[in-house]
Design a protein around this ligand. Structure first.
Ligand code: HEM
Length: 251
């Protein structure tokens, strides 16, 4: 079933009968499958509560303002070549010096698509960091870069970076769907975030990109029982990169 209405999407995300579809638990130690079996994102019940608590503890040690400043500085140092910057900045803050394996590990993290390259990347990350730090890097990588890429299509001279980011999150979310399994019926449910974020019952003129809208109740960071624990960190990394790109283009 695909859910496109905002209210129904919220109801599913609020209801503990819906859980993330389970992932295989028999992956060889140190592989992508092994990692996916150990992270908060794909677990439920007490394991999810325990793992999520470790992540929020780790996130609390990261200052969004410092991430923003670092993202800005590194983007300027790289003369606007911003791909990889959010991940490098987050990695440095988490004590992970070499973030070059993150892209390969992240490519199969959400989909479960396994490959020798993603397994090797996970092994290289495990040499440097624990599972919570790796989880944060893999969750952040594609979503923050996607947000920046989408925001760049709307960034006009003089625009307020935060306003553009908030409306980009609603209008052009970097992630298009969230999946759940109904534990009572065994049915899979897919929440269409693009459609829910443009539900006319919640958003006036939903198809219009309007940076003046302000923070809107979009579902791009999820909601309910297991929302993204890091919206402030995501926005800070993206804002730092965008500020540097604006600075660089006006010099
Ligand atoms: C624009 C950027 C981002 C978007 C749109 C986003 C969106 C989301 C969403 C929708 C979920 C819930 C998925 C679900 O259960 O269906 C989620 C979970 C998560 N996100 Fe984010 N995220 C972003 C950036 C980040 C960043 C920067 C971090 C870490 C620094 C992060 C860490 C996590 C973690 C650890 C979870 C799993 C939470 C749990 O298991 O309960 N995310 N994110």
């Amino acid at each position: 079933m695909v859910i496109t209405r905002h209210a129904k999407a919220r109801a599913v995300l609020d209801d503990s009968r819906y859980v993330p579809p389970p992932v295989r638990q028999d992956g060889r130690e140190g592989t992508l499958a092994w990692l996916r079996a150990r992270v908060s994102r794909f677990s439920s019940g007490p394991a999810h509560a325990r793992r999520r608590a470790l992540l929020t503890e780790r996130l609390a040690t990261l200052d969004p303002a410092a991430l923003r400043q670092a993202a800005r500085t590194v983007t300027l140092e790289r003369q606007g070549d911003w791909r990889g910057v959010p991940t490098a900045v987050l990695g440095a803050a988490l004590g992970v010096a070499d973030t070059s394996p993150v892209a390969d590990a992240a490519s199969g993290y959400l989909s479960g698509q396994e490959s020798p390259a993603s397994d090797a990347a996970v092994a290289a990350l495990l040499d440097q960091a624990d599972v919570p730090a790796i989880t944060l890097l893999l969750q952040a990588h594609a979503s923050v870069e996607g947000l920046i890429a989408n925001a760049l299509t709307h960034l006009t001279p003089g625009a307020d970076v935060e306003s553009v980011l908030h409306e980009t999150l609603r209008h052009d979310p970097p992630l298009h769907a969230s999946r759940r399994l109904d534990q009572h019926t065994g049915d899979e449910v897919s929440i269409d975030l693009v459609a829910a974020n443009r539900d006319p019952e919640v958003f006036a003129e939903p198809d219009r990109f309007d940076a003046a809208r302000g923070p809107a109740p979009h579902l791009t960071f999820g909601t309910g029982l297991r929302p993204c624990p890091a919206p402030a960190h995501a926005l800070a990394l993206a804002a730092g990169v965008l500020e540097a790109l604006i600075d660089g283009s006006t010099r």
